[in-house]
Design a protein around this ligand. Structure first.
Ligand code: ZN
Length: 202
């Protein structure tokens, strides 16, 4: 896969849905400008295939599932790569914004766990899995986030104001080999994406 830098601003400023952001990004996506993470060449990728997947956002107080079309590109070296901009979490239907919204509301303690899970249409085990994953990944961001002693909520606020989000997310990816909040490891034969092309934040 190729992670594309789309969120060249902080997360708190981003008000569009994941589907809107994704579709906007893919409208201007140019395979020829993409650098193949396998061979390192730029200009040798072409659109190869497409497939649909779901992405879940939280819109107007409720979870909304949308279909997005993932593009795979194929390089002249023979490798194929799915194009995944920042708001998409690999191997997860829930968007980056959805999970962070759940964790933020959980940290604010406005709802009981039961009510919070009903509100977002998730199970308590999913909530706690995301919480554990977030804490683990937050530790990986040591050096980017100020302190490990800060509260759960304070770390979420700090994350929301990291700017630009994309560059921090790329550092995390290069350090760990996984995207932020990605729960399943990449297949071992896939190299890490090191140099996504630049795109402006919509
Ligand atoms: Zn290649």
């Amino acid at each position: 896969m190729i992670r594309e830098n789309q969120l060249k601003c902080n997360l708190i400023r981003q008000k569009n849905s994941t589907k809107t952001l994704f579709d906007s990004f893919m409208t201007s996506f140019k395979p020829k400008k993409t650098k193949c993470p396998s061979c390192g060449r730029t200009g040798d990728c072409n659109s190869f295939a497409k497939y649909n997947r779901y992405v879940v956002d939280f819109i107007k107080g409720k979870p909304v599932s949308s279909t997005i079309e993932i593009v795979r590109v194929k390089c002249s070296c023979g490798c194929t790569h799915a194009i995944l901009p920042d708001p998409i979490i690999p191997y997860d239907s829930y968007s980056l914004f959805f999970i962070l919204r759940v964790l933020t509301e959980y940290a604010m303690k406005r709802y009981t766990v039961s009510n919070l899970c009903d509100r977002f249409g998730i199970s308590p085990s999913t909530l706690y899995r995301w919480k554990d994953l977030y804490k683990k990944h937050r530790l990986e961001w040591q050096g980017l986030l100020k302190t490990l002693e800060q509260t759960f909520f304070a770390s979420l606020v700090e994350l929301a104001f990291l700017a630009p989000y994309s560059s921090h997310a790329l550092s995390f990816l290069q350090k760990t080999g996984m995207s932020f909040l990605q729960s399943h490891k990449n297949p071992t034969h896939l190299p890490r994406s090191k140099s996504p092309p630049d795109f402006n934040c919509p």
